[in-house]
Design a protein around this ligand. Structure first.
Ligand code: F6P
Length: 353
């Protein structure tokens, strides 16, 4: 065993996601099996600022593999974003003899993990977010459960739309990422999907709804990603006014973040959690575990952070300076791939409407 890690912390941060508990369980049990002590840091990074943590034993992670939410709680911690906050967190790790931290969450969590790594606290990031918006990874824990919940809700709305010959515009979460909207749009047979990544042809969507109505279709589901702001509500009003179809609006919001994780999320959580500890046992850190083409691999945490900024058009001056031409080319390639996947799925959604 690599003695560098005798005691590790594990935290969940940002928006909770079904499967986070299964992931904490996997990290804890794998670490304990290798003689590494584990502490659960409570409330995400704010737990590091307030020294709020508890030791985790085998039984402390019993009966959570099937549960949504995160028993370590979560937070979006503004203080941690300041240099003072980060130094406080580093000191807290030192005071508690924490040799490294597994950070489970989305892009904000990864930014925090990067900040800790860069200040000497080894971290491993695991992707946990319903949004599937980590550019370096094909998948984030919680995405499958969230999409299944959306499907279930929309199937119900479709039932009542069919009875009353109505349209329902449904806004789904995802922050600036349209993946939940896009994939559930295909799976639920939406007549139109609007996402932040691509321009939405409103006139074409309304024409399509009219055409489908003329052809005898009674239920119309339109899915809009929350990244488009208030547009979802406006669109519902426009469809109502321009097609003559009574149109309802539903915002699924946080309901999609709860619930028991699906098998896909439990398995991914178990595998990612196990891999995080194995990497630490090999003496490795400052990495994120990501899924690429169905396989779990690790990639440098800073690289993951910067490629994410590149994809989201948030690059800051100097961000690319530490990287070679080949690395920058590989980042661009990954961003182009993500974009092309969105375009491919968008076309399928449109073709099947
Ligand atoms: O990142 C997960 C997510 O649920 C997003 O889809 C959404 O935009 C955001 O979190 C909501 O955040 P909060 O729970 O702080 O309202």
């Amino acid at each position: 065993m690599n003695t560098k890690f005798r005691k590790i912390g594990v935290l969940t941060s940002g928006g909770d996601a079904p499967g986070m508990n299964a992931c904490v369980r996997a990290v804890t049990r794998t670490a304990l099996a290798h003689g590494i002590e584990v502490v659960g840091i409570l409330g995400g990074y704010s737990g590091l600022l307030n020294n709020n943590m508890k030791p985790l034993g085998h039984n402390d992670v019993s009966n959570i593999v099937n549960r949504g939410s995160t028993f370590l709680y979560s937070d979006r911690c503004l203080e941690f974003k300041t240099e003072e906050g980060m130094q406080k967190a580093v000191q807290c790790c030192k005071d508690n003899g924490i040799d490294g931290i597994v950070c489970i969450g989305g892009d904000g969590t990864f930014r925090g993990a990067t900040d800790l790594s860069n200040r000497g606290i080894p971290t491993i990031g695991l992707t946990g977010s319903i949004d599937n918006d980590i550019t370096a990874s094909d998948y984030t824990i919680g995405f499958d459960t969230a999409m299944n919940t959306v499907c279930e809700m929309i199937d119900r709305l479709r039932d009542t739309c069919e009875s009353h010959a109505r349209c329902n515009v449904v806004e789904v979460m995802g922050r600036d990422c349209g993946e939940i909207a896009l994939r559930t749009g295909i799976a639920c047979g939406a007549v139109a999907v609007a996402i932040p990544e691509l321009p939405f042809d409103e006139a074409a969507a309304i024409a399509k709804i009219k055409e489908l109505k003329a052809g005898g279709k009674r239920n119309m589901i339109v899915i809009v990603s929350e990244g488009l702001g208030k547009y979802s509500e406006e669109l519902a009003k426009k469809i109502d006014a321009e097609t003559g179809i009574e149109t309802k609006f539903a915002r699924l919001a946080h309901v999609v973040r709860g619930g028991n994780p699906t098998l896909r999320d439990r398995l991914t959580a178990a595998e990612m959690g196990t891999m995080a500890v194995k990497l630490m046992l090999e003496g490795k850190s400052n990495l994120v575990v990501v899924e690429r083409n169905g396989e779990l691999v690790s990639c440098d945490i800073n690289y993951s952070h910067i490629v994410d900024r590149m994809y989201k058009n948030k690059l800051k001056e100097g961000d690319l300076d530490p990287y070679s031409e080949e690395e920058i080319a590989s980042m661009k390639e990954l961003c182009a791939y993500r974009k092309s996947e969105i375009e491919r799925l968008y076309k399928i959604a449109a073709d099947l409407a």
